[in-house]
Design a binder for this molecule. Structure first.
Ligand code: COA
Length: 394
């Protein structure tokens, strides 16, 4: 198969569910905006050049339903000939979308595609509006529907990840993110219109738009002592708190992928290539262990030693599972290579967007640091892990 090249990878800010800047911004607006921005940031690329747009979304219903991939493509001003699909693999949906979009170019079926992701957890909550687990199946396999917070408690208990270690990890995430924001390191972030409905004196509401240019979940004053005071939120006597869990967040991200021929025709310089992508299953009631299986598998496929990976983005669904995977992978002495600008504990985890968002962040950091190899990985509800290996170009 031929190579597929990533030329642009961008994201909106991540903003807190219900309390944050995008709480009144519809998911279609978020994804349409970032798709448009991705094309505008790719010199000489025209919307008609794009053949297909894959949009990751973990709960594709209500405002995110009706094939948001197609809706967003048209809302973003792509011609009718440009197609769009919705991809769901829960927390890796955005990465799955990038992988599928890349494969299409690698197979020679398309010249230009976009892999992306969106989630408005303000509009569609985790679990969706009307979960309907199968009645007989769940009697024997209730673990498939275990609350994500309980799976994090299970990982903490089964593998001995202490509350203190979780809080220390969470604190570092917040401090790294605060520093990155202060130093302007989120170069992949595109200021994004946020909608607000402002009540008028006569009782009606006026729609206003403001430009949101920062991740609004970062708590720069976080301390280990402050985190230690928080009560567990998922289980009495547990160790998983609001401070050491990923935040529920709204956001979108997009990556433009093309063939070498098209890149040369447009005179573009590639950023990176997606070399390999894989998924692995694990027990649903400890889904957080997924990355400890997926990362070794993707590296084995590529013949790359873990020591040669310059940067990692390992999704912080919860501190307990991220820390356990980092320890099992034997990279706990390389924390300066992992989530260097903070992770989902500080920046949020907008489910179906996360895979696309982490790719944008990883690629920006690989470029800045000159890292040849970067690994992105996450655990996935239902018991899975996903991992991708990116290689920097040039
Ligand atoms: C854990 C969870 C329920 C908390 O939700 P929440 O109550 O909206 O969380 P918040 O971030 O608003 O924090 C609540 C309170 O905790 C405290 N807190 C949170 N982070 C803190 C920090 N870093 N330092 C000190 N206090 C903190 C604050 O008192 C905060 O209230 P405030 O914002 O009014 O100050 C939610 O984030 C969650 O469900 N996360 C996991 C999502 C998930 O399962 N994703 C899928 C994974 S596979």
């Amino acid at each position: 198969m031929r190579d597929a090249y990533i030329v642009t990878s961008v994201r909106t800010p991540g903003c807190k569910r219900k309390k944050g800047a995008f709480s009144q911004t519809r998911p279609e607006d978020l994804i349409a905006f970032i798709l448009d921005a991705a094309v505008k940031k790719t010199p000489a690329l025209e919307k008609k050049d794009v053949e297909d747009i894959m949009v990751g979304c973990a709960f594709p219903e209500a405002e995110q339903g009706m094939n948001i991939g197609r809706v967003a493509a048209l809302m973003a001003g792509f011609p009718v000939e440009v197609t769009g699909a919705t991809v769901n693999r829960f927390c890796s949906s955005g990465l799955e979308a990038i992988a599928q979009a890349s494969l299409r170019v690698m197979a020679g079926w398309s010249e230009v595609t976009i892999g992306s992701g969106v989630e408005s957890m303000s509009f569609v909550p985790l679990g969706g509006h009307m979960p309907r687990p199968h009645p007989e199946w769940t009697k024997q396999h209730a673990d498939l529907y275990t609350s994500m917070g309980i799976t994090a408690e299970n990982v903490a208990k089964r593998y001995g990840v202490s509350r203190e270690d979780q809080d220390e990890f969470a604190c570092q995430s917040q401090l790294k993110a605060a520093r990155a924001r202060k130093e302007g390191l989120f170069t992949e972030l595109v200021p994004t219109p946020a909608t607000r409905y402002v009540r008028q004196e006569n009782g009606t509401y006026r729609k206003e738009t403001v430009l949101q240019d920062f991740d609004d979940g970062i708590r720069e004053g976080t301390t280990v002592e402050g985190l230690a005071k928080l009560n567990p939120v998922f289980a009495a006597g547990g160790s998983v708190t609001a401070g050491n869990s990923s935040q529920t967040t709204d956001g979108a991200a997009a990556t433009v992928i093309m063939s070498e021929e098209k890149m040369n025709e447009l005179g573009l310089t590639p950023v990176a290539k997606l070399k390999y992508y894989t998924t692995v299953g694990c027990q649903p009631d400890e889904m957080g262990v997924g990355p400890k299986y997926a990362i070794p598998r993707v590296l084995k496929m590529a013949g790359v030693d873990i020591k040669d990976v310059g940067l990692f983005e390992i999704n912080e669904a919860f501190a307990s599972q991220a820390l356990h995977c980092i320890r099992e992978l034997g990279i706990d002495n390389d924390m300066d290579k992992i989530n260097i600008n903070g992770g989902a504990i500080a920046l949020g985890h907008p489910l179906g967007c996360t895979g696309a968002k982490l790719a944008a962040t990883l690629l920006a950091n690989m470029r800045r640091k000159g890292a040849q190899y970067g690994v992105e990985s996450m655990c996935i509800g239902g018991g899975m892990g996903a991992a991708a290996l990116f290689e920097l170009c040039g």
